[in-house]
Design a protein around this ligand. Structure first.
Ligand code: GMT
Length: 381
């Protein structure tokens, strides 16, 4: 198949899933054309059947806002015509599904190059739970979901949320996030000794969190959980990523006098090396449709302490791959963390079970679900 994938190129779950999907599909022989305003973060190295098309920004004194939705539409039309594309897979509905629909409509009405371009939209999270619910966006979201030839959601939670919030009568296919088990696998302390020595020189336990530090990630809860754990277990907290909540979180760490123990690492590429020295992954989110970063941790054998929100219980099995608690229940999350960190036998079992749970979401299991769905949509079913 010849497939366009359009997504955000930044550090964010939807862009990561879209890029990893494109790479996996290319490995399976498909021709993949990525379209975005910058090279997607995880798209490195040369693969002969992967192409990248950049959407140029367009400015003009009359326009206050760069017109990305429109320039993306034009780019999709151009790439379809040049490459005889079969379908467009739009990741994160706003604005990708809208641009995809517009390009479908343009191509349907062309005299010379008439084409019934198929569109699949994958709903990832805040496109549905936050941004799309803005009254000014809601009708557009509902319309672009209804006009897509196929729609997938990354969890059953997100599927139900879409149906109830937008009143859409559409079959939505649940296709969860996936993981490359060969890449995301724990590196032994011996092989990873420089990371281990640097952050846990006295064999401290390592708590870890990675996110884009938006308010819904509740990064300050991570610090509060750590503060409780640290009273009982010699430990460090590694915070990976950056975003709007970073300054306030740094201030909290200073106020709690934990600056020696909490390390803000900013954006990092060496995720597997870092996850391999982690003992626990903390995800206390207020909204989470799946929790890709928790899956990455679990794949490296790191048990997860998370909130019970959204799609997280579909990933993190309470009492097996980690524990879940109500949003904001810092005390309970801290108790669960101490319980695991002070009981070696139980910890080893949870670590093994976390990896086994991640195996259910392997690339080999999930990518064929997308392929099958593409075929179904292309055959008009
Ligand atoms: O929240 C993020 O970090 C980014 C966001 C996105 O859409 O870019 O992630 C969402 O998509 C991921 C991939 O499908 C999911 O694993 C995340 O749970 C989801 N984030 C939220 O729902 C908050």
């Amino acid at each position: 198949m010849k497939i366009i994938i359009t997504c955000y190129p930044t550090y964010g779950g939807s862009g990561v899933v879209a890029t990893e999907l494109g790479k996996a599909l290319a490995m399976r022989g498909h021709e993949i054309h990525f379209i975005s305003y910058a090279l997607p973060m995880r798209l490195q190295g040369f693969v002969s059947n992967i192409y990248y098309h950049e959407v140029e920004s367009f400015t003009y004194p009359l326009f206050d806002n760069p017109m990305y939705t429109l320039t993306l539409t034009s780019k999709i039309v151009e790439v379809v015509k040049m490459n005889d594309i079969d379908l467009v897979h739009a990741h994160y509905a706003i604005p990708h599904a809208v641009s995809a629909f517009l390009s479908k409509d343009i191509l349907r009405n062309e005299k010379k190059y008439r084409k019934d371009l198929k569109i699949i939209t994958t709903l990832h999270g805040t496109d549905i739970t936050l941004i799309g619910l803005e009254p000014s966006f809601l009708p557009l979201m509902k319309y672009s979901i209804e006009q897509s030839d196929g729609v997938t959601a990354v969890s059953s939670f997100l599927k139900e949320k879409t149906i109830t919030s937008y009143q859409v009568e559409k079959n939505i296919e649940v296709i969860p996030n996936f993981i490359d088990l060969n890449k995301f696998k724990r590196i032994s302390d011996k092989e990873n000794s420089c990371f281990k020595k640097k952050y846990a020189p006295d064999n401290e336990k390592i708590l870890m969190h990675t996110s884009n530090f938006r308010p819904l990630k509740r990064v300050q809860d991570v610090v509060k959980i750590f503060a409780e754990v640290y009273k009982k277990v010699p430990s460090k907290l590694l915070l990976i990523g950056d975003g709007p909540e970073r300054s306030d979180t740094e201030r909290l760490v200073r106020e709690m006098e934990l600056t020696e123990k909490v390390i803000f690492m900013g954006k990092q590429d060496a995720l597997v090396e870092l996850l391999s020295i982690a003992d626990l992954f903390i995800m206390p989110s207020q909204s989470e449709s799946f929790g890709l970063s928790a899956l990455e941790a679990m794949s490296c054998g790191v048990p997860v302490i998370s909130s019970s929100i959204g799609g997280l219980p579909e990933l993190n099995v309470h009492g097996e791959s980690g524990y879940i608690a109500e949003i904001g229940d810092v005390d309970r999350m801290a108790k669960y963390a101490v319980d695991l960190l002070t009981n070696e036998k139980k910890y080893q079992l949870f670590s093994k079970q976390a990896r086994e749970r991640a195996e259910k979401f392997s690339e080999d299991n999930i990518v064929p679900m997308y392929e099958k769905y593409y075929e179904k949509v292309l055959n008009g079913k």
